[in-house]
Design a protein around this ligand. Structure first.
Ligand code: FES
Length: 495
């Protein structure tokens, strides 16, 4: 078969591919995003053709016009490689949060592997079970991003018949990461523990995604899944125990179970909360007696997918904003010109706009215009501000409802842990200024990748820790709470 070369600028990477290879199949590994899963509706997979030819059909031409792209740009999801080409890709720098946090453990013999299977990123760590030392780390983007950035697109891709392909992709990628970590290791790990949200768990396990796609979103088999190396195609491991830890509810996965373990809230006397502002916007409130958790619809706004100029934390994204001499001073990932805004900077922007009286407490742009400038060409539209308000209200209402279920008020929560890669870049004072979390700065702790920390803790023992948490944890649907609408609406103000 004819082969072609794809040169990726400025990465300096050279790929050799078969004739007619769809660019979506190869570029996702290099950070090009496919938020709409290649449906041609988001325009965010754009790449610049610096050399060579990529044929454009009528549909592609219409899309390029719709997104106002110059003649030398292409939508990667609509392009095939039919000759050697040079492409400029701008989304090459991703922030992937690994972890070096110390945690308590009882020494065991051998080594184990913790895997955080995220919707966007994958992190694996090889852990010495005698010392707790991290022996190797691997990170990469989840190759399923070519099927879309968020969980809804992945579920849809599954319903469209791509479940098996997604399963093979993820098993192969994680297997590859493990193999790399073991290359200088003489001993095979005794166990592998994977954690992830329920959609990731089901795709990895090859389970049907249909129950997660429609009301009442009831999934029966969310328990611990065990695999042999052979089943996963990881034949380089032999005799290793591989476990995907159980989910707590339909949209609260083992990443949150691990997060609870990492914060230790299940053993605290005082009420503690864990908030993960990524993907599912999961919230947990509880103490050593009882824990309640839920998921909210907050994730998409913070991950940028519902904002007009929103993007994830990749090259070109404004990641934070400070007010300097009364002007917004943005920090852009990769020190390039800003191309969009990601979740942490969205919170900064809203807090600053509110403080400067440029937006009102109901999110209205006070000038009466339909958008407001953030930095250079980056603007927030009125709709974007309302999207934020909806997400903020969902989190604030979630905290209130979980607290009341426990017979307390949010002000009784002693400590709040913010989890996840995105949470790590948030400015706490701005989070408080928006009113999303009603507490004081000293009670909030950013905890980084709690899923990975918890997965490492699960490597020790025989599952007692997860059982201890699951025994006292229940999951609720916010919408089922009688006062949900009233509480939600009451939280739809800023400040
Ligand atoms: S237009 Fe959305 S992935 Fe290409």
């Amino acid at each position: 078969m004819k082969k072609h070369t794809i040169l990726l600028h400025p990465l300096g990477k050279e790929l050799v591919v078969n004739d007619k290879t769809p660019l979506i199949d190869v570029l996702h590994e290099y950070g090009v995003e496919f938020p709409c899963g290649g449906r041609g509706t988001c325009g965010k997979c754009q790449v610049r053709l610096m050399d060579g030819e990529i044929e454009v059909n009528d549909d592609h031409k219409r899309k390029l016009e719709r997104f106002h792209l110059p003649p030398d740009w292409r939508l990667a999801c609509m392009s095939n490689c039919t000759g050697s080409i040079t492409l400029r890709v701008d989304q090459y720098e991703h922030i992937i949060l690994a972890d070096e946090t110390n945690f308590e453990f009882s020494p065991e013999s051998g080594s184990g592997i913790a895997v955080d299977l995220g919707t966007t990123t994958l992190v694996t760590q090889l852990v010495d079970l005698t010392t707790g030392k991290i022996l190797a780390v691997e990170t990469m983007l989840n190759p399923q991003v070519k099927f879309g950035a968020d969980l809804i697109s992945r579920i849809q891709a599954g319903l469209d018949g791509h479940s098996k392909e997604m399963m093979i992709l993820i098993r192969k990628s994680i297997g590859g990461m493990i193999r790399l970590m073991l290359k200088n290791c003489r001993q095979l790990p005794v166990k592998v523990v994977l954690v992830g949200n329920t959609v990731m768990q089901r795709i990895f396990s090859g389970s049907d995604l249909t129950p997660l796609s429609c009301y009442p979103f009831q999934v029966e088999d969310l328990g611990l899944s065990e695999f042999t190396p052979d089943e996963l195609g990881w034949d380089f491991l032999s005799g290793t125990k591989i476990q995907f830890y159980p989910s707590i509810g339909s949209f609260v996965g083992s990443d949150i179970l691990a997060g609870i373990a990492a914060t230790g809230l299940h053993r605290k006397e005082q009420y503690t909360a864990l908030i993960d502002l990524g993907t599912n916007g999961e919230i947990v409130v509880g103490n050593r007696d009882k824990i309640i958790c839920t998921s909210t619809a907050a994730g998409p706004a913070f991950e940028g997918s519902t904002l007009s100029m929103g993007m994830r934390a990749v090259t070109g994204a404004i990641s934070s904003i400070q007010l300097v001499h009364n002007k917004m001073n943005p920090s852009v990932i990769g020190n390039t010109a800003p191309k969009g805004i990601c979740g942490s900077a969205l919170i900064d922007a809203i807090a600053i706009l509110l403080q400067q009286d440029l937006i009102g407490i109901f999110g209205e742009i006070n000038s009466g215009e339909q958008s407001i400038s953030i930095a250079g060409p980056i603007r927030l539209t009125q709709k974007d501000v309302y999207e934020f308000l909806l997400a903020k209200a969902a989190i604030a209402a979630g905290i209130t409802i979980l607290s009341r279920n426990l017979g307390i008020e949010p002000s009784d929560i002693h400590e709040i842990y913010i989890a996840g890669g995105f949470g790590n870049y948030i400015r706490i004072e701005n989070l408080l200024a928006t009113g999303m979390v009603e507490t004081t700065e000293d009670k909030i702790h950013k905890m980084g990748n709690t899923a990975l920390i918890g997965a490492k803790m699960f490597l020790f023992g025989k599952g007692e820790l997860a059982k201890e948490i699951l025994d006292k944890t229940s999951h609720i649907n916010l919408e089922g709470f009688p006062d949900f609408q009233d509480i939600y609406i009451s939280k739809m103000i800023l400040g």
